[in-house]
Design a protein around this ligand. Structure first.
Ligand code: F0G
Length: 482
């Protein structure tokens, strides 16, 4: 384990790697950051990365590769069909997941396109612990409907529940009884449930779901994009699994699922994605769509170099001292913020640290986008870029009314093996300072509001001069600091 105790009793997560390649960062002064944020329409997606000190927007496609991954990339076998590289990747998945068949795809949502087109029909119902945005969109496109049946604790911001990503199995049975099993295309479980704060499900929960699915002839489809965080939490928090290796937990989990898909932008410190299954029949049903949408069956839109890096990255994902780094850094951040009275999602999950903007800036009404305003304010005072996960990420209804989100979160993702603890401490310090000056933060309003995906492209302005006042307050406390 990489958690060490200091002589003074403090417990900190210790990096189990050294940094061999570096990328220079800039921390522009606050006056510049105000300018950049306003130029980006107060939307963190529209900032230039060169103006960002810590990019905590996402952990997708930005995790650091190891020396082993980089060197494997040099050995890639570049061929359109029958590449050795593809064989190595498939064999690794067979070894770790026990699945014989693998369909490569260019990223996670491409896998969703293939799975949903194959199995979702008009009127299908897809029960799941919780949706992810791209998943829901693909299900909708194919005429299906998502039913979120997460346990009640799952959407409580603060909790001590170790597995907030669990599915409510009574509700699953209830859905089957109500609609009939024929209506249900499959049951989807998402590891490290993204939108509720990277929260895991337990192996026992998956076993209980398997039992119900077996009784009703239903498939389980696992979204394994955030698998490693979930594996780590199972080992840490599930009594029955504490003596199992990560490899054993992985194998047992995969044996319970019919189809496993993932974004390799998250899993395996890689890029790309893919679909694994032990069933030849399911493989054949999906195969053609890979060649139509992705590429030939032995690359699927990925470069051979990406595939080599992924093969090694998957092996590294079985090493507890490697996969603990993300969750332990996040836990450190969540604990320090909680100690300082900053409202955060608890218990600490994977993916990142999630700040509860509904509470942090409770004076900002939801139609002025509290989480978006907090994201803009945090960039201004720190150069840290997070992602709004609240009302701005929703879409207006058909009559143009705001759809208010039930959570207003600022997600600060923790790319794996990228930041040092001193950088994390810097982010914590500036968040605590901002919390002390939270009454200065005001709302935002759209100046350019696209009809769909407004959180990606939309531009907003501050409803008053609160951002200038925030800069003044910062300068009073930090006259010389960036
Ligand atoms: N499933 C989950 C659970 C995800 O978190 C993502 C992506 C996808 C599917 C789609 O994969 O991006 O490779 O097409 N999550 C990213 C994020 C975008 O920032 O959380 P993709």
């Amino acid at each position: 384990m990489s958690k060490v105790k200091f002589f003074n009793g403090e417990s900190i997560p210790l990096e189990m790697h050294k940094v061999m390649i570096v990328q220079k960062l800039e921390l522009p002064p606050i006056e510049k950051r105000l300018e950049y944020m306003q130029k980006a329409g107060n939307n963190t997606f529209l900032l230039n990365n060169r103006d960002v000190y810590m990019d905590m927007l996402t952990d997708s496609g930005v995790n650091a590769m190891s020396d082993q991954q980089q060197s494997a990339m040099l050995l890639a076998d570049d061929s359109y069909a029958g590449s050795e590289t593809f064989t190595r990747l498939t064999n690794k998945l067979t070894e770790l997941f026990g699945t014989e068949y693998f369909l490569p795809a260019h990223q996670g949502r491409a896998c969703e396109n293939i799975i949903m087109q194959t199995f979702v029909k008009e009127g299908s119902i897809i029960p799941m612990n919780y949706h992810f945005t791209t998943t829901k969109a693909h299900i909708g496109l194919n005429g299906g409907r998502v039913e979120e049946i997460i346990i009640e604790e799952g959407t409580n911001v603060t909790s001590k529940h170790p597995f907030k990503g669990n599915m409510d199995t009574d509700k699953l049975q209830g859905l089957i009884d109500e609609h009939g099993k024929e209506k249900i295309a499959f049951v989807r479980m998402e590891a490290g449930t993204n939108l509720i704060g990277g929260q895991p499900f337990s192996l026992q929960n998956l076993k209980d779901i398997r039992k119900i699915c077996d009784e009703n002839g239903l498939m389980i489809v696992l979204d394994a994009s955030l698998l490693t965080d979930n594996l780590y939490f199972i080992k840490e928090r599930e009594e029955a699994c504490k003596d199992m290796t990560i490899r054993e937990i992985t194998k047992e989990m995969m044996d319970l699922c019919d189809i496993i898909y993932f974004s390799a932008r998250k899993l395996g410190f890689g890029r790309g994605g893919g679909i694994s299954t032990s069933s030849k029949e399911l493989y054949l049903e999906m195969r053609e769509l890979v060649t139509l949408y992705e590429g030939f069956l032995t690359y699927g839109g990925m470069s051979v170099r990406e595939m080599e890096a992924l093969t090694v990255g998957l092996e590294e994902s079985m090493d507890e001292s490697i996969i603990c780094q993300g969750p332990q850094f996040i836990e450190y951040m969540v604990n320090e913020l909680e100690k300082a009275g900053v409202p955060v999602v608890t218990p600490a999950g994977g993916l990142g640290c999630h700040i509860d903007a509904m509470e942090f800036v409770s004076h900002i009404p939801q139609h002025e986008y509290p989480a978006g305003a907090l994201a803009a304010a945090l960039y201004i005072v720190s150069g840290v870029r997070g992602m709004e996960r609240g009302t701005m990420s929703e879409q207006r209804d058909e009559d143009g009314n705001e759809v208010l989100s039930n959570m207003e979160l600022l997600r600060l993702a923790m790319p794996r093996r990228v930041f040092t603890l001193s950088q994390v401490k810097y982010a914590i310090d500036r968040i605590i300072w901002l919390h002390g000056h939270r009454e200065l933060i005001g709302g935002l309003r759209f100046t350019d509001e696209p009809k769909s995906l407004r959180f990606f492209f939309g531009e907003l302005e501050a409803v008053s001069d609160w951002q200038e006042k925030l800069v003044e307050a910062f300068r009073k406390d930090f006259p010389d600091s960036l």
